[in-house]
Design a protein around this ligand. Structure first.
Ligand code: IPM
Ligand code: MG
Length: 353
C-alpha cells in the first residue's frame, strides 16, 4: 500500500501527524505500507511557486491513496486565483478523477451536548452525504469576471452531463444498499435546468435499485430539514456546490466540524482522505486543533481503498473509547470532561488502539 501524505497548511501538519501515528501503530500489527510526503496548497506555493506541483502530481498518480490535512490561509487570499491553495485541492480532485465524495455525519452519543441543536433532535444521527466532486459550477466553463457595458460582471456555469450524474447516483444507491436503503436526492429543479436533468437521471438510475427507496428534496428545504429533523435522512446525494454547503451544515449536527472525515473516490476506489474542515489558521500551531476527523479519515482509507475492515473498525472503536473516557479537544469541550490538546488526543487514541 503506497500512501501519499499531504499535510498542507494551517493546522494540516499537526492533525496529519496524529493520523500518521495512529496508522504507524497498526504497522506493528502487520499492516504493510509506505508513506511518502508531498506538498499541496499554500506550502507548495511558498516552496515551489504553485499549489499542485509536478512532483506532487507524480507522487499521487503513483500512490494507492492520499491523506490530506487542509489547505489555505489568509496569507494566500491575495494571490492570483490560479495560485491559490484551494486551486491545488480542486486540481488534485480533478487530476485523480475523484468524483465521489463520501461525507458521513455521525453523532457520537457522548457529544450530544456539543451540538448547538437540542440533544433529542440529534441523538442517534447517522447520515451519509454523497457529494459529486469533479463537476458542477466548481469546474464549469465559461467562468470569469469581465467588463460588459461599462461595468464588471462575474459569471460561472452550472453544468452536469448525464454520465456524471449517473455515476454519482450509482455510488449513492450502492451506499444506501449497505445502510438503511433510503436515498434522498437534493436538487433545485424548480429553478435550474441543470438540476432538472439531475433529477431525471437519478430517477432513471433508480430502476436498477428497486430495493432502495428514493426521494427528492429541493436544496433550500433540505437545508431546513437538516436542522428541523435530521434523522429523517439516511443517504443524501447531491451536486458539488450543494454538497459543499449541506455537508458543513450536517457537520454541526454532530457537535463539531472537527469530527467529520471524508473519502473522495475514483471509479476504482483509489481515494483521497481528508477531514471536511479547513486549515483553521487562527488556531494553527497552538496544539488545540481536533485531530479526530483526520484520524477517522485514515479509518475510511483502510475500509474503502484497502478493504481492511477490521483495522478501520479498530480506529473507529478507539475514537469512541476516547470520547467515552472523557477526552475532548477545545471544540467539543464541556464542563466535566478532560480538555486535551492535539497531540494528547493522538496519545489517547493510540492508547486505545
Ligand atoms: C471542502 C472545501 C473545499 C470545497 C474548498 C477548500 C475548495 O470547502 O472540501 O468542502 O469547496 O470543496
Ligand atoms: Mg466545504
Amino acid at each position: 500500500m503506497k500512501i501519499a501524505i499531504l499535510a498542507g497548511d494551517g493546522i494540516g501538519p499537526e492533525i496529519v501527524a496524529q493520523a500518521v501515528r495512529v496508522l504507524e501503530a497498526l504497522r506493528s500489527d502487520g499492516l504493510k505500507f509506505e508513506l511518502e510526503p508531498g506538498l499541496l496548497g499554500g506550502c507548495a506555493v511558498e516552496a515551489v511557486g504553485e499549489p499542485f506541483p509536478e512532483a506532487t502530481r507524480n507522487l499521487v498518480a503513483g500512490a494507492d491513496a492520499v491523506i490530506l490535512g487542509a489547505v489555505g490561509g489568509p496569507r494566500f487570499d491575495t494571490l492570483p486565483r490560479h495560485l491559490r491553495p484551494e486551486r491545488g485541492l480542486l486540481s488534485i480532485r480533478k487530476a485523480l478523477n475523484l468524483f465521489a465524495n463520501l461525507r458521513p455525519a455521525v453523532l457520537y452519543p457522548e457529544l450530544a451536548n456539543a451540538s448547538t441543536l437540542k440533544p433529542e433532535v440529534v441523538a442517534g444521527l447517522d447520515i451519509l452525504i454523497v457529494r459529486e466532486l469533479t463537476g458542477d459550477i466548481y469546474f464549469g466553463e465559461p467562468r470569469g469576471i469581465e467588463c460588459r457595458d461599462g461595468q464588471r460582471v462575474g459569471y460561472n456555469t452550472m453544468i452536469y452531463s448525464e454520465t456524471e450524474i449517473r455515476r454519482i447516483a450509482r455510488v449513492a444507491f450502492q451506499a444506501a444498499r449497505k445502510r438503511n436503503r433510503r436515498l434522498c436526492s437534493v436538487d433545485k429543479m424548480n429553478v435550474l435546468e441543470c438540476t432538472q436533468l439531475w433529477r431525471d437521471v437519478v430517477i432513471e438510475t433508480a430502476k436498477d435499485y428497486p430495493d432502495v427507496e428514493l426521494s427528492h428534496m429541493l436544496v433550500d428545504n433540505a437545508a431546513m430539514q437538516l436542522v428541523r429533523n435530521p434523522r429523517q435522512f439516511d443517504v443524501m446525494v447531491t451536486g458539488n456546490m450543494f454538497g459543499d454547503i449541506l455537508s458543513d451544515e450536517a457537520s454541526m449536527l454532530t457537535g463539531s466540524i472537527g469530527m467529520l472525515p471524508s473519502a473522495s473516490l475514483d471509479d476504482r476506489n483509489k481515494g483521497l482522505y481528508e477531514p471536511i474542515h479547513g486549515s483553521a489558521p487562527d488556531i494553527a500551531g497552538k496544539d488545540v486543533a481536533n485531530p479526530l476527523a483526520t484520524i477517522l479519515s485514515v479509518a475510511m482509507m483502510l475500509r474503502y481503498t484497502f478493504d481492511k475492515e477490521a483495522e478501520a473498525s479498530r480506529i473507529e472503536n478507539a475514537v469512541k473509547k476516547v470520547l467515552a473516557q472523557g477526552y475532548r479537544t477545545e471544540d467539543i469541550y464541556e464542563t466535566g470532561t478532560k480538555k486535551v490538546g492535539t497531540a494528547a488526543m493522538g496519545d489517547a487514541v493510540l492508547a486505545n488502539i
